[in-house]
Design a protein around this ligand. Sequence first.
Ligand SMILES: *Cc1c(COP(=O)(O)O)cnc(C)c1O
Length: 230
Amino acid sequence: MSSIKDNLDKINKQIIETAKSCGRRPEKIRLIAVSKRKNLEAIMEGIKAGAKHFGENYIQEAIDKIDKIGKNSACWHFIGHLQSNKVKFAVKYFDYIHTVDTIKLAREIDKQARKINKIQKILVQVNIGEEDTKSGTSIEDTIQLITQISTYTNMAVKGLMCIPPYFSDPDQARIYFQQLVRIKEKILNQKFETVSMEHLSMGMSNDFKVAIEEGSTMIRIGTSIFGSRD
Ligand SMILES: *Cc1c(COP(=O)(O)O)cnc(C)c1O
């Protein structure tokens, strides 16, 4: 079995190779190690091997781990579905929230962030495959949601996130990544003063190379770093 360090080294190499092959700068691509359902030791091993960004999906599980590891030991990304009653904790513990998809959720994040005098960095999750089973704002509603958020004082939109439908052939995800780039460009055209589109959070273990070719700046990798989740 390969170690977490071996896996991280391998993925970092693949990031560099893929970026170079399409004329991008590798340092523009952040590797987020998705540690959901993995224990403290796994995260510590990742940090020791140089991982700086971690993604978590479940608030209570994440709090337990972040309290022990230390908030400042890494950059923490919330990538799971966020319920309104957990927002307070997400805002307290996470540097980025990738999964903002409704005005109600955005308003609660703004409110909780104001209470602790924080400007919460967020990404808007787009349901790019328009799948009933997935979270995310519809493509059609994305601009409207961002227009609303742009008026909030304690949130900063930093980009978009998507989870395309799963294909065993990752090349089939390409059109979805391209679609997210088009939405990003549409938003840039609106010239919101307070909205940045510096990040596209797209690409997972199976399809991250294609996502990098299409402009991803944050790839979220679980299985290929930590092994399968049981
Ligand atoms: C679990 C998860 C990942 C990581 O998926 P892998 O296929 O294990 O790399 C990425 N993004 C989100 C939103 C996830 O929930």
